[in-house]
Write a protein of this length. Structure first.
Length: 226
């Protein structure tokens, strides 16, 4: 009887210990519960929701600037026009999500999963997408200026070469047709030959030339006879 009583008394303390050791799990569950009720109070700039399972989240036009969303699962969600600028989305899962018009400017997106996502008119300016999975994604009208796509997978994606060539780095990326991009070898342009130097053709007086007298010859004086 005493043993059961002791366990009953320890349960609240054990719960507090678990919450303090794993605060992320509790916060993720609370956020997911609020989103199911269309409560967006947790979706604010700078929010930390790393590792949360927010599958199917409906948060269009929200501002998540500077947030920490590493390994967060937002697959299948309505993320249209969401501001993800300067957000850490490394290894996050956004597969199948609708991200039309979203902003990922300067975001950290290494190893992100965007398989089959709708990325129409998305701005990726200066974002890091190294190792990202963009296979079968629709990138119609997306801005890839200054983007690093080193080792990214774009197999089956809807994107033009004109768009891709605006990227800063495509080394090793798998292109929509399955080929791997190899950057062209830079050619060394030889420097133009210098024109021959002009020779001074002005001559100097010879050292052996006789000096020229500067004095005039004075005629002899005539003597008048008486």
């Amino acid at each position: 009887m005493r043993t059961r009583l002791h366990i009953f008394l320890w349960l609240p303390l054990l719960g507090l210990i678990l919450v303090s050791c794993f605060p992320g799990g509790s916060k993720c569950q609370q956020t997911a519960g609020r989103l199911m009720k269309m409560d967006l109070s947790d979706i604010i700039p700078g929010v930390k929701l790393s590792g949360c399972d927010l599958t199917g989240a409906q948060i269009p036009t929200t501002d998540l600037t500077g947030s920490l969303l590493t390994e967060t699962n937002l697959s299948g969600g309505d993320l249209r026009a969401v501001n993800f600028s300067n957000t850490d989305l490394r290894a996050a899962i956004l597969a199948g999500a609708d991200l039309t018009g979203a902003n990922f400017g300067k975001a950290k997106m290494e190893a992100i999963n965007l398989n089959g996502a709708v990325l129409k008119a998305v701005s990726f300016k200066n974002a890091n997408l190294n190792g990202a999975n963009l296979s079968n994604a629709d990138l119609t009208g997306a801005d890839l200026s200054g983007v690093s796509l080193r080792g990214a997978n774009l197999f089956g994606a809807v994107v033009s070469m004109d768009q891709l060539l605006k990227a800063k780095d495509l080394t090793g990326a798998t292109l929509p047709d399955g080929s791997v991009y190899i950057p062209p070898t830079p050619t060394v342009t030889p420097s133009p030959s210098l024109p021959p130097s002009k020779v001074n053709l002005r001559t100097t007086p010879s050292a052996t030339s006789p000096p020229i007298s500067a004095t005039n010859t004075i005629p002899p004086t005539s003597v008048q006879k008486p």
